[in-house]
Write a protein that binds this ligand. Structure first.
Ligand code: GCU
Length: 674
């Protein structure tokens, strides 16, 4: 047939790799021509068999036979391996003589640990490691490494840009789409061990018997891959589902309802992870409706899941119009006094910044401020504010910046990473959540490069000290192959991409400047929304005299929520990092920047630099056209063209608006010729 013929013809063009639709993610099969590894499994669990299948599929030309075994296997007893330090989920991959045979041993204290070891060996080989010398040991630094799907029961995904929800609720629980298994494999390869199936703006029906059965079917698919299922719970479900008159957490009937509901869930899903809750935020019900605290609400749910070993992830993303002073202060004001009041199986889940996943935000002041409470970091993988699926923005540097931020809570080096991994405050229960960017698109995440954000999140949740650049390289090699020109190009584009978005959407700590509702494209002029803190005007406060939100003592004094050395640094614009200048200060348009230019001149430079960086990314991508398969190359090229147009849109609309406010003109020759 003509169509098939033409497709083949494209694939056969000299120098053009075969088509690739991105479905394989970082699990692209190894070179089919090379010999598969010889793999022996000691033990008979399903997880070990899956690990073996991964190795047989993807590990090639192994110099030694591979042996998979849990550390407690009798065959390993005489080896005296240092497996105690691996904990429950860590792995060890090394050469060892097992049952008299020199082997490449993959081991861990649990089946899942072995599975992670198998994926680590494959990753090592695909990224250039020498199997003959492999000696890998790693233990996750964070216990709960969880994706948050904002998926609705009708198949839509809140802030989802990769198609409909992966979960086909209609055909569940009977039909288990093989894609669920591929999802599990991709996550297990990164060490992700939990998934919240539904939107934080939760429907009460999620907790109905019919949906519990569907969640249980998914849990059955994910379990052998070491992944637990969690559900977002709507706080008022006892009313909507249970027919009670109240959802007051201190009401015995409400407590009994949640207990019975939890028991019902655990009967269907014995290893159910627990609940994620968005309460008293953006119109969601919560304990405050009954004049109870967040701790009282969380603890009530925690008591219901505790007998089964479950946890509650209680979100601190709260703000209400009753406190119009500064939205950025509200979570801290409400949660800080509750430190020490949460039950042992509660984590408080805190977004990386105090507003809402902006292209750049200072770290959230709650990190380091609640030492008695496990603080779970919530990152957004889906790019709600960074150009949806179309703009290329590698989030590794954003995640890294947050994790490396120094809260100074216990002196220098009290990084957010150390708060999150429990090292700073001695917590054993720790967690990191990523709002998923996964949908039913063939390439899962809406674009090839978006896959890297899922990848970086998963790897950082395992070890928050990994470097964003190293992860970019790792991902690029597994995604595009070994050609150094392609890998270097992809890494270079990725590493400049996030800063480009900051530049063209709002430099120097400007934030929340996007258009209403959809959050796509500029809208710094918007000032007619019902709640003051929904309007961009509220955040930038630009007028003829200057621009920026004064969060020092002369303004909202949000800086006082940080530990004293940080608060002192941020109180003075001369010591505030320029990247966050206008987040904390209202400054005159002619404020002198470090470059010697005025603030206004420098803003123009940055907006324009953002556009120029996207053009640079385009040129780099053009340079590898003959090295990347046609399908992924051209989709990326088209998306970069969209991004370039829209970067100009952001720049031009923003500058024109600022000029209408400040009465200034563009500095002579300031915009780079196109
Ligand atoms: C943002 C986002 C909402 C989401 C909310 C949340 O405000 O726009 O769609 O529900 O965050 O994190 O709860």
């Amino acid at each position: 047939c003509l169509l098939a013929g033409s497709v083949l013809a494209i694939g056969a063009l000299p120098g053009t790799a075969l088509a690739n639709d991105g479905y394989d993610l970082w699990l692209a099969p190894a070179d089919k021509g090379a010999a598969a590894a010889e793999v022996t499994v000691i033990g008979d669990s399903q997880t070990l068999q899956l690990a073996a299948a991964e190795l047989r599929r993807d590990l090639t030309a192994a110099p030694l036979p591979v042996v998979l075994a849990r550390a407690d296997a009798p065959e390993l007893a005489a080896l005296g391996l240092p497996t105690a330090m691996l904990g429950a989920e860590g792995y060890l991959v090394c050469a060892a003589t097992v049952a008299g045979r020199p082997s490449l041993l993959v081991t861990g204290n649990s089946d899942t640990g072995v599975l992670y070891g198998a994926f680590a060996a494959i990753r090592a080989q695909k990224t250039g490691g020498d199997l003959a010398k492999l000696d890998l040991t790693s233990t996750p630094k964070v216990r709960l490494r969880v994706l948050n799907h904002w998926d609705n029961l009708d198949g839509s995904v809140e802030r989802g840009y990769a198609g409909q929800s992966l979960w086909d609720w209609w055909t569940l629980p009977d039909f288990k789409d093989p894609r669920y298994t591929d999802y599990a494999r991709a996550n297990a390869a990164l060490g992700i061990n939990g998934t919240v199936l539904n939107n934080v703006n939760a429907s009460p029906d999620t907790l109905s018997a019919a949906y519990i059965a569907k969640a249980a079917a998914l849990a059955d698919v994910l379990r052998p891959w070491g992944i637990k299922v969690y559900l977002s719970a709507r706080f008022s479900a006892p009313i909507e589902l249970g027919g009670l008159k109240t959802a007051d957490p201190l009401d015995p009937q409400v407590q009994a309802w949640w207990k019975a509901k939890s028991d019902e869930i655990y009967r269907a899903i014995p290893d159910f992870g627990g609940f994620l809750v968005k309460a008293n935020s953006e119109g969601q019900p919560g304990p405050r409706d009954y004049h109870r605290t967040h701790a009282e609400g969380a603890n009530m749910l925690a008591a219901a899941v505790a007998p089964h070993g479950g946890v509650v992830m209680w979100r601190a993303f709260v703000y209400a119009e009753t406190d119009p002073d500064d939205r950025a202060k509200q979570a801290y004001s409400e949660f800080k006094p509750l430190d020490g009041k949460f039950a042992d199986n509660v984590l408080v889940q805190v977004k990386n910044g105090a507003i809402d996943f902006q292209p750049r935000e200072p770290f959230h002041p709650l990190f380091g401020a609640m030492p008695k409470t496990p603080m779970m970091l919530e990152l957004q993988i889906t790019k709600e504010y960074l150009g949806f699926a179309t703009h290329l923005a590698y989030l590794g540097p954003l995640f890294e910046e947050v994790l490396e931020a120094d809260t100074r809570a216990k002196g220098k080096g009290s990084t957010v990473a150390k708060v999150v991994d429990g090292a700073l405050e001695g917590h054993d229960l720790t967690g990191m959540a990523g709002v998923a960017n996964i949908g039913r698109d063939r390439d899962w995440s809406g674009s090839t490069f978006n896959q890297a954000n899922w990848y970086a999140f998963g790897r950082l949740a395992w070890d928050p000290t990994l470097s964003a650049e190293a992860l970019a390289r790792e991902w690029a090699r597994q995604t595009f192959g070994d050609d150094p020109r392609v890998v270097d190009t992809a890494v270079s584009m990725m590493m400049e991409s996030r800063e480009a978005v900051v530049d063209y959407t709002g430099p120097f700590g400007l934030a929340h400047l996007m258009d209403t509702g959809h959050h796509y494209g500029p809208g710094p002029w918007v000032n007619d929304l019902a709640r003051p803190e929904w309007n961009p005007i509220y955040y930038h406060k630009a007028d003829r005299s200057g621009i920026g939100f004064d969060r020092t003592r002369t303004g909202s004094n949000a800086v006082a929520q940080y530990a004293p050395p940080v608060a002192r640094m941020l109180a003075d614009p001369r010591t505030t990092p320029e990247t966050e200048l206008l987040w904390f200060h209202h400054l005159a348009w002619d404020w002198k920047m470090k470059s010697g230019r005025t603030l206004w001149q420098e803003m123009v430079v940055r907006y324009d630099r953002g556009v120029a960086t996207v053009a640079h990314m385009q040129r780099q991508w053009d340079g590898v056209k003959d090295k990347v398969d046609a399908e992924r190359w051209s989709k990326t090229a088209t998306y970069l063209a969209i991004q370039h147009n829209e970067a100009r849109w952001w720049r031009d609309a923003s500058l024109v608006y600022w000029m209408s406010v400040n009465g200034l003109s563009l500095p002579e020759g300031s915009l780079a010729p196109e």
